[in-house]
Design a protein around this ligand. Structure first.
Ligand code: PEP
Ligand code: MN
Length: 457
């Protein structure tokens, strides 16, 4: 049996593992490239390109996740369901970063805890799909698997998996990362001034007064601290920011797996924080095999079909030495299922004495279709799942240490409800996602405020 008292940070590599050992396991959700030579040439090129992150950044994030595991901080992970190459533009990137930073200020202030900020971006280009092909009329083509694999247009040329896109994915990730780093270094002026935030929506909420007090109080604290320091304070302008994406297309991940001088082991240097999606989390499958050998912190999505015994095996394979900061379990059950399925999993983790960070993705278990077939999610269900998650963890003597959200800094109309009470008719107005529906700017800030309210109450 494991014990949380066991000594930490053993220095040893995963047994019988190599960056390519996943190729001996069943690999689901992989593109079928028509030309093996073309793929090989792209991978050789990719493996020679410089990495996107560094091993010391990766290890810093691991330390911060270890803190969150101990209840000393809270993890905010968010961004698009899927980035697209076309959306690699300054306005979209800066708005997404801004909403995440503003949410994190709401959380820091309200929870009185540091917030670990992780973007679902700079590499979130691959999507798992429920079917390999898509049929329209009498035409059947490969499904769209994200811009790093093929194009979204329903034509034979666009849907052909193209290895060149692996290199384009790396370039677009690098462009995004470069801009994010520059913005963070420069500081966002209106982070310091909640009066500049776009908070028009607040007056539509029954909680208007409470929200306004919260924002004024954040503004007061920021001004107080700036006065104290005589200048804008460092920690609010030079915030740490990390990236994450679903480690799905394993040839891509393998080509970015590196050893670095004066560090033992292997790192995936395409992102700080890769996660394993629900459809690829089979403990005997290729994705778990790949992830078990890299030193990055790893996230694993946990859905309603996961049994306690399976979860225990997963803990043993991905974190055999119970290392702090290594493992984040992202549960995504659905508002109507979380009470049925989560408690047994929390108990399983406790009975193993396993160190994990529990976070809640209240998006993916709450997807539904409108009568006219538009994919959406109800704000009330998203909020409801999160509320229940906090309660269930507390009742089980565990702790919910973070959230995982699909959001954008734009005022899209993809999820129903929120303070402005978006309806099905509103969805047609600004529905931009080609995959899952995201919280818009207003709904995202509102959710952060509701998390604070829940935790304070
Ligand atoms: C996602 O995060 O976009 C996703 C597909 O999630 P899951 O693996 O939990 O279904
Ligand atoms: Mn999604």
């Amino acid at each position: 049996m494991r014990s949380s008292e066991r000594s930490i940070t053993p220095v040893r590599e995963a047994k019988d593992w190599s960056p390519a050992s996943w190729q001996t396991r069943p690999a689901v959700q992989q593109p079928r490239y028509p030309d093996a030579g073309e793929l090989e040439r792209a991978l050789v090129k990719l493996a020679a390109l410089p990495p996107l992150v560094t091993s010391w950044e990766v290890m810093n994030l691991r330390r911060q996740i270890a803190d969150a595991q101990e209840g000393r901080s809270f993890l905010l992970q968010g961004g698009d369901c899927a980035e697209s190459f076309d959306d690699c533009s300054s306005g979209l990137i800066s708005n997404r970063l801004k909403v995440l930073l503003q949410m994190s200020l709401v959380l820091v202030h309200g929870l009185k805890l540091p917030v670990v900020r992780v973007g679902r971006f700079a590499g979130q280009y691959a999507k798992p799909r429920s079917a390999d092909v898509e049929t329209r009329g009498d035409v059947t083509l490969p499904c769209y698997r994200g811009d790093i694999v093929n194009g979204v247009d329903f034509t034979e040329a666009a849907r052909r998996p193209d290895p060149q896109r692996l290199i384009e994915g790396h370039s677009h990730s690098a462009l995004t990362m470069n801009f994010v780093r520059a913005l963070i270094d420069g500081g966002f002026a209106d982070l310091h001034h909640p009066e500049y935030w776009d908070l028009d929506w607040v007056r539509y909420s029954p909680l208007q007064n409470e929200y306004q007090r919260m924002v004024e109080s954040i503004g007061d604290s920021l001004r107080f601290m700036e006065t104290l320091h005589g200048a804008p304070i460092g920690s609010f302008s030079r915030v740490d920011f990390y990236t994450s994406h679903e480690a799905l297309v394993l040839h891509y991940e393998q080509a970015q797996t590196r050893q670095v001088p004066r560090q033992w082991g292997w790192f995936n240097l395409s992102t700080h924080f890769p996660w394993i999606g629900m459809r690829t989390a089979d403990v005997d499958g290729a994705h778990i095999e790949y992830c078990r050998g890299i030193r990055n912190p790893i996230g694993v999505k946990v859905g309603p079909s996961v049994k306690p015994e399976q979860l225990k095996r997963l803990l043993a394979v991905l974190n055999p030495d119970n290392e702090p900061g290594r493992l984040t379990l992202i549960h995504r059950m659905g508002a109507d299922k979380i009470e049925q399925y989560l408690p047994a999993l929390v108990e399983a983790v406790k009975s193993e004495g396993a160190r994990v960070l529990w976070t809640c993705d209240p998006m993916h278990g709450n997807t539904e279709s409108t009568n006219v077939g538009v994919k959406t999610r109800r704000f009330e269900n998203i909020r409801g799942e999160l509320d229940r998650a906090f309660d269930i963890h507390a009742a089980c003597g565990s702790r919910l240490g973070g959230v995982h959200l699909e959001l954008t800094g734009e005022n899209v109309t993809e999820c129903l409800g929120g303070a402005r009470d978006l309806t099905e008719t509103d969805l047609a107005r600004a529905y931009r996602s080609t995959v899952d529906p995201r919280l818009n700017y207003e709904q995202s800030i509102e959710l952060a405020m509701l998390i604070v309210r829940k935790q304070a109450g």
